[in-house]
Design a protein around this ligand. Structure first.
Ligand SMILES: NC(=O)C1=CN([C@@H]2O[C@H](COP(=O)(O)OP(=O)(O)OC[C@H]3O[C@@H](n4cnc5c(N)ncnc54)[C@H](OP(=O)(O)O)[C@@H]3O)[C@@H](O)[C@H]2O)[C@@H](O)CC1
Ligand SMILES: [K+]
Length: 487
């Protein structure tokens, strides 16, 4: 069993892949082995999380997720705890594994109850796991979910918090909010994107020993996605110069929105780009930023885009429209954000220029938030959020480029790549200008020589990490964030 930390990357598997792995493991192991291991792992983690807990409420559903709870109850009873088990199943209707664990719990003397205990020190949510249908829980299950969420005690979810969809991170209206989740056999993508992070709390993995099975070692399943790990430390050789880290042109900052372009430029600068030019679309009011004299202001037309990484859109307003044909045709590499995305969503000619970039091998990164992604896909933000991995993958295929779908559990997709979910960042990033900072940071990584997908993954991780390390008592502003990015 391991607690998932965000420094190393982890493979994620959807329900179909997890089921395939489960079947291969079950074929190679004696009956009931997986559930026995799962229940033991749940009980061990419960004990580790709440060593002094006396009464433990185990809420069990009708399927095998409930079976894991029954199995855990047996161990906790034997270890001198007072598990109280409420079960929505029955010996006649339960699947074989859960029925076997029911007998074992009975024999161990576990207390079964029709109603939850009045007080408890820990709750184990074993209502629904990967077999859950995306339908609203009702009746006793709904009552129990409300009680679990109203309790002040730790909540350990078995495999998934009940109501969380394993593949997408979508939740039913009524769903369990866990403090800890022990994912079984595999880590699922839904734990880390959309509502997953809020629902799951800290995530643990019990692989149930299947990595030692020869059948699976010989034919490992391809991950559905990766949870990103920390990028390797960037080394700057002594014999390098500003040309080694590339030129960036930030094109944006229409009247009244100059700040967005300056934030992106500041981020590019502080993230280590060699030289940063700014082409403002405000009619030329600014020729120097005295707080950042390193930035070089130029008319957009004077920028030699073919040798540059262009970060465009930040505060670009409608004015970015006139610049996009040249940027998309000429820029060596490009990050397309905000207003530039909205303009492209409404212009098929620009969409053609965008997709043609991949034929020339020109790096392109699109950075939509869910509403911008919806505009590009011709759908709604709710539909994008309902399956973020699918939406991000569709955008990457449609526009032949790397796509960063922002939001909790930001995603990166690109044609031919397994998608990546970013684990860093927090709600403090939900403030004006942080998207501009991210665009500038991605630009710096592109200018430094990374390919588009890697540049996006590394930048998103570092952007989130900077927010995670932000001093608790200090307001997070985009300007300060742009100055605190790692090289
Ligand atoms: N994979 C592995 O290797 C291992 C898996 N293991 C464990 O098995 C779990 C998967 O078990 P599972 O397949 O029995 O599904 P599970 O999540 O218990 O739910 C199915 C039941 O719930 C019901 N139901 C569904 N939605 C509902 C709703 N909204 N409201 C009310 N009821 C609802 C559904 O009823 P139905 O929809 O069929 O009417 C059915 O009865 C997995 O997550 C892990 O914990 C480990 O033991 C060992 C290794
Ligand atoms: K559960």
């Amino acid at each position: 069993m391991q607690k998932i930390d965000f420094r190393t990357r982890h493979a994620l598997f959807n329900v179909a892949a997890t089921r395939a792995m489960e079947q291969a493991a079950q074929a190679a192991l004696p009956a009931h082995t997986l559930m026995a291991r799962a229940g033991l792992a749940v009980a061990q983690l419960a004990l580790a999380l709440a060593p002094h807990a006396r009464r433990i409420w185990i809420a069990c559903g009708p399927g095998n997720n409930g079976g894991d709870g029954l199995e855990a109850a047996m161990h906790l009873q034997r270890w001198g705890k007072q598990p109280v088990l409420t079960w929505l199943g029955s010996a006649d209707t339960a699947p074989a594994d859960a029925a076997a664990s029911y007998q074992r719990a009975l024999q161990a003397g576990v207390t079964f109850s029709q109603t939850p205990p009045d007080a408890f020190d820990l709750c184990i949510d074993a209502l629904l796991g990967i077999g859950s249908q995306v339908r609203e829980p009702d009746g006793r299950m709904a009552d129990w979910i409300r009680l679990i969420n109203a309790s002040k005690q730790a909540v350990l979810a078995v495999d998934l918090p009940t109501g969380l969809h394993a593949d997408t991170g979508a939740v039913t209206q009524l769903s369990v909010k866990a403090t800890h989740t022990l994912s079984l056999l595999t880590l699922k993508p839904g734990l880390f994107t959309a509502h997953g992070r809020d629902a799951a709390g800290s995530v643990w993995l019990a692989d149930l020993g299947v990595d030692q099975l020869t059948a699976l070692a010989q034919q490992p399943l391809a991950p559905t996605a990766w949870l990103a790990g920390a990028p390797p430390a960037a080394e700057r050789p002594h014999a390098s110069h500003k040309g080694s880290y590339g030129d960036i042109a930030v094109v944006g900052g229409a009247p009244g929105m100059t700040g967005a372009a300056l934030l992106a430029a500041s981020a590019a600068l502080h993230a280590g780009a060699g030289r940063v030019f700014v082409g403002l679309l405000d009619g030329g009011t600014l020729s120097v930023d005295t707080s950042q004299p390193e930035l070089m202001f130029r008319p957009v037309e004077a920028l030699e885009l073919s040798a540059m990484t262009v970060v465009c859109g930040c505060g670009g307003g409608d004015a970015i429209c006139a610049q996009l044909p040249r940027i998309l045709s000429a820029a060596a590499a490009v990050v397309i954000d905000a207003d530039a995305i909205n303009v492209i969503a409404n212009d098929t000619k620009l969409q053609t220029l965008l997709t043609e970039r991949s034929q020339r091998g020109a790096a392109t990164v699109l950075t939509p938030h869910p509403l911008e992604a919806a505009r590009l896909l011709g759908t709604s933000a709710a539909q994008v959020q309902a399956d973020r991995l699918a939406a991000c993958g569709q955008l990457a295929e449609r526009y032949h480029c790397t796509v960063v779908l922002k939001g909790s559990g930001t995603l990166m997709a690109a044609p031919g790549q397994t998608s990546v979910i970013n684990p860093t960042g927090n709600a403090r990033l939900a403030t004006a200008g942080t998207g501009d900072v991210l665009a500038g940071l991605i630009g710096a990584r592109l200018a430094g020589g990374l390919d588009a997908f890697e540049a996006a993954c590394q930048a998103v991780y570092q952007h989130g990490l900077a927010a995670d390390r932000w001093p608790p008592g200090r307001a997070l502003t985009a300007g300060a964030l742009s100055r605190l990015l790692l090289h």
